[in-house]
Design a protein around this ligand. Structure first.
Ligand SMILES: [Zn+2]
Length: 1017
């Protein structure tokens, strides 16, 4: 197959339904327009960019892909109503694909109609204007179209309707993008030799990401490690999206993806496309993909590592050579391609470092890096992280019977995806540490290991950063640091200083950790991976070498000092008159950018934020001086604490397999799926609700009757109802039989059968969730270390952490109102008038460790990982009715631990009124904290609770409430505590938390949480 043909089919897949399809389904009869005609109209308007694209529309391939991409509930459509007018539904709702009880009535919103003469053609005109200026190869056109098609729609203030008004669970764009993805398999089997080819589902999994990110002494090490994970996998991804198009990447979705958008903007620049076009695309990207944050533009790399350690690709069974696709040479072609590409990425990076450090030899640190790279060439051939790659293949006979789709083809994607998951599970237990592949230990035996700085007396020393590998550089102690001048490592005092800033006295680094440290010092070198193969390494490095703006990464003490810095800025006039010549009051003469937005926003406000707080207020000798200085000016002396926050989604893996565990978290668990029939009742009830709510209009009645049949074995009602729609008794019987088979299969599996639409919707929702979360971290002055997929690791000032968790938890669920250019409401994320699903039924758990800035980072990071991973498995919440799990925050400060549930019912969300219950206990904690901060309540409250706890938990509600009132009043100046007591909902009194060294009532945990937060403030 020719490349043009292949890509055109995918473009056509994106165009096969018009984005305004819902309106046409609803009003088409009166308007005398079919949605096919409308699709054709849009496609033919784009002919100047994609010649003959309209001839690809409505092909058999497209219909097949359309069919296989659709969501589970929509299959009913292809099975039952082959006749499109069946169960006609005029109302336009958009339902949430995870919780169809949440729906938006969008019939009144804005949809243009393009086939009508007098209508607004601006959308098409500006799309055409943009695309025709590209005038370049088809793959770039497709990549850009893939990026901007929906963004442009959003920007035109139009609404996004469902793909089908009868089963409106997925957004038209989710449907279009899923269809393009499915094309990879359909096209594999089309044409001559199709039955010999195999389509493929491929998974990449990075081994030990959490462990890898946790190794390092400075925030810079952690940040660069997580960036490295993202960038290496991104480099692998670029090869596939250049060869086949961006649709092959299912996870992480390339829609709303910051790395993809960044890459494409750079690609446009490289192709020397008209600047106006670039600006226009860039504006869309800033508005909707970076949510108004243009830091990436200034930094010249995306600031947040958002590519997760896991990637899933859907691939066609051929490879590209020049402008044609040819059969794959062998079954393992993709696996070896991924592995090679991954290794190449690492080598590219080392190569870049080598050139850069050579160039910068004038600087002590880079000179050292250069020397080490030259003497450890062989050591650095292996990447510091291993990946596992698995694939499953699909054959034509599994999808097609002769030339038409098999009746059970709708289950093929589901089967393949679950096979892939089980491939990974099989060897999960075999853990291979990357260092075991290194010959390092052999080297230490031979004494061949290079050592810079001090020499080890016993042959080698362990790296102080990772603690695992032998060090290649050993820094002298503070008192002997000058030695480095004699050793020729530093030229002079200045050189020593700059070196000391990057490698501390007494530090010992192995080759890998040194590479990480170096990349952390110049993260823009990551561009050799971020930009795929757009440029040679040399070209990129030259470009980076010419950068003059320094990139900052905050330290833990910087984050602990935020409030002090802010107060200093506020009082800078009087303060600086007092301090005069001190560095603190210097106006910055160097331009700097930080990966930390708070720094960028405050850098030019009169206080030097680059000063090292450890050498100022936190230092032993100057502490007293700053203490009295701050007191003189009414500035609070900084607390040495910050919060390390880790979060991930509950049961996301299960959700991707269609299991119902996220809906019933704790009531059923992942393990129950080995024998799901034991939990039949709960599972069937949930599936029934899902399927019924997924419909709209007359179809609901049919589904109800069908499901009724499944439970009773009597399908008479369903048959009669169907007969009203299909007069021909023969046809009616056949359809009824098909429906029966379909529903039975779903209920037997006890799952939602997974489809590309399901995955595409969830995957792009995760990206939007990330965008919201990053915006919230910035809003709360935090620093993002890692934000890949559904995982988050961030540092926040203690004073912001409760608000952050509340807002982040709510945003993830699609609630919380305006956030940058997004609006989160009713379980959806809305940009202008375009609504996309959020993930309302999925819980999100957090661990928060209140840490001292000088605590060793690896210990804290590791602690936060186990606290979250083990804690959320082992802690159960008894809400008085049943025992549930997950969706919690675990707080920890020294020996004190507390657990706060973020929801107390399952499913978490069943209607719009559920949203305000999410994280409502945090609201209560915040309200109490505010009263304490304002001095209306004394902190003695927190130590007094133990005296009334037993009575509160054992008394009936009215008594318990008055006891609480007494408890609050006794420790405060408040005359009336009714309002505060009102925030304690009845269920808080009966909820108990158990497991993981914890046992207790919910209110005690509220009290402990406050003690933890005050401990850090
Ligand atoms: Zn190391």
């Amino acid at each position: 197959m020719g490349i043009n043909e292949f890509i055109n089919y995918k473009v056509a897949a994106l165009l096969h339904d018009p984005p305004n399809k819902a309106r046409i389904l609803s009003e088409g009869k009166e308007l005398h327009i079919g949605h096919e005609r409308e699709a054709y109209k849009i496609a033919s308007s784009l002919r100047c960019a994609f010649p003959k694209i309209d001839t690809y529309l409505n092909s058999t391939n497209e219909n097949n892909a359309d069919n296989l991409a659709a969501s589970i509930d929509r299959y009913l459509g292809s099975i039952v109503y082959r006749d499109k007018s069946m169960f006609y539904e005029k109302n336009i709702y958009l339902k949430n694909i995870l919780q169809p009880k949440l729906n938006l009535n969008i019939g009144n919103l804005c949809f243009p109609i393009f086939s009508m003469r007098k209508c607004d053609q601006q959308f098409i005109n500006s799309l055409v204007k943009l695309l025709t200026k590209l005038d370049t190869n088809l793959i770039l056109l497709y990549q850009i179209f893939y990026l901007i098609y929906e963004l442009h729609w959003i920007d035109s203030m139009y609404s996004t309707g469902p793909a089908d008004t009868r089963n409106p669970t997925h957004n038209i764009f989710d449907h279009l993008y899923a269809t393009a993805a499915m094309m990879n398999w359909i096209l594999t089997f089309s044409g001559h030799g199709g039955s010999k080819r195999k389509g493929c589902l491929l998974g990449i999994d990075t081994v030990g990401v959490a462990d890898f990110i946790g190794k390092g002494r400075k925030t810079r090490d952690l940040w660069i490690s997580s960036y490295l994970v993202s960038a290496l996998l991104w480099y692998v991804i670029t090869a596939f999206m250049e060869e086949y198009g961006p649709d092959v990447v299912l996870f992480p979705s390339l829609r709303f993806n910051q790395f993809y958008a960044f890459y494409l903007l750079e690609k446009l620049r490289k192709e020397e496309i008209d600047n106006k076009v670039i600006d226009e695309v860039e504006q869309l990207v800033i508005n909707y993909i970076f949510n108004g944050d243009d830091l990436f533009k200034k930094l010249k790399i995306p600031p947040y590592p958002i590519i997760p350690g896991r990637v899933t690709l859907i691939l066609p069974g051929f490879k590209k050579e020049i402008d044609h696709y040819f059969p794959l040479p062998d079954d393992n072609y993709f696996i070896s391609k991924v592995k090679e590409r991954y290794d190449d990425g690492w080598k590219r990076l080392i190569h870049a470092l080598r050139i850069y450090s050579q160039e910068k030899r004038g600087d002590g640190f880079w000179n050292l890096v250069c020397n080490i790279l030259n003497s450890t060439e062989e050591l650095l051939l292996t990447p510091p992280l291993k990946i596992r790659v698995k694939q499953v293949s699909v054959e034509k006979s599994e999808i097609f019977k002769k030339s038409s789709l098999r009746p059970d083809a709708w289950k093929v994607y589901d089967t393949k995806y679950r096979q892939l998951v089980s491939e990974f599970k099989k060897d999960k237990l075999v853990k291979i540490a990357p260092e075991s592949h290194l010959k390092l230990f052999e080297l230490t035996k031979d004494g061949k290991l290079p050592q810079f700085g001090e020499k080890s007396k016993r042959g080698y020393e362990f790296c102080t950063s990772c603690g695992v590998l032998p060090a290649v550089v050993i820094m002298p102690k503070e008192e002997e640091f000058n030695k480095l001048i004699d050793l020729g490592i530093a030229k002079d005092e200045n050189d020593l200083k700059s070196l000391k800033k990057i490698i501390s006295p007494g530090e010992r680094l192995c080759a890998w950790c040194l590479v990480k440290r170096a990349l952390g010092a110049e993260p823009r070198l990551m561009k050799v991976l971020l930009l795929g193969d757009l440029y040679d390494v040399e070209e990129i490095v030259n470009n980076v070498t010419s950068e003059t703006v320094k990139i900052e990464i905050p330290s833990t003490s910087d984050i602990a000092s935020i409030r002090t810095f802010e107060e200093m800025i506020e009082k800078k006039d009087e303060l600086c008159e007092d301090l005069k010549d001190e560095k603190v009051c210097n106006t910055p003469n160097e331009s700097r950018l930080s990966m930390w937005q708070w720094f960028n926003e405050n850098y030019y406000k009169g206080i030097d934020l680059t000063i090292d707080s450890e050498e100022h207020w936190f230092s032993e000798e100057k502490r007293g001086y700053y203490f009295s200085l701050f007191r003189r000016h009414g500035i609070n002396f900084p607390s040495p604490y910050y919060a390390l926050v880790r979060a991930d989604s509950d049961y996301l893996g299960d959700l991707l397999e269609g299991k119902l565990t996220p809906y019933l978290a704790g009531i059923i668990d992942s393990g129950d799926y080995a024998n799901i029939s034991e939990k039949k009742k709960e599972v069937s009830e949930l599936l029934k609700e899902y399927l019924i709510n997924a419909g709209s209009g007359d179809i609901i009645c049919y589904i109800e009757k069908m499901i009724g049949g499944i439970f009773t074995g009597d399908y008479t009602n369903a048959g009669n109802y169907l007969h009203k729609q299909i007069k021909d008794p023969g046809k009616c019987y056949e359809q009824l039989k098909e429906s029966k088979k379909y529903f039975n299969e779903i209920f037997n599996e006890g799952r939602i059968i997974v489809t590309p639409a399901w995955h595409v919707s969830i995957s792009s929702a995760l990206n939007r969730g990330l965008i919201a979360e990053i915006t919230l971290i910035n809003k709360h002055k935090g620093f993002v270390i890692y934000a890949g997929g559904d995982d988050l690791l961030a540092m926040l000032p203690i004073s912001e952490v409760l608000d952050f968790i509340k807002e982040s938890r709510r945003a993830f669920t699609g609630y919380g109102g305006k956030l940058g250019n997004m609006c989160l409401e009713d379980g959806f994320a809305r940009f202008n008038n375009a609504c996309y699903p959020a993930l309302p039924i999925v819980g999100r758990s957090y661990s928060v460790i209140v840490s001292h800035y000088a605590d060793p980072l690896p210990t804290i990071v590791n602690d936060s990982y186990y606290l979250l991973e083990e804690g959320k498995e082992r802690i159960s919440i008894d809400n008085g009715k049943e025992s549930i799990k997950k969706d919690i925050v675990i707080f920890k400060y020294q020996g004190l631990q507390a657990v706060i549930p973020l929801s107390l019912v399952r499913p978490i969300v069943t209607s719009v009124s559920s949203f305000e219950d999410i994280a409502s206990i945090i609201d209560l904690i915040l309200a109490l904290k505010k009263k304490i901060d304002e001095g209306e309540i004394s902190t003695s409250l927190l130590y007094d609770y133990k005296n009334c706890k037993d009575l509160v938990t054992s008394s009936p509600l009215p008594v318990a409430k008055s006891l609480l009132e007494y408890w609050i009043k006794r420790n405060s100046s408040l005359k009336d505590a009714k309002e505060l007591v009102g925030l304690f909902k009845p269920e808080y009194f009966t909820t108990r938390i158990e497991g993981y060294q914890l046992k207790g009532d919910l209110i005690s945990n509220v009290v402990y949480t406050l003690r933890i937060i005050f401990g850090g403030e």
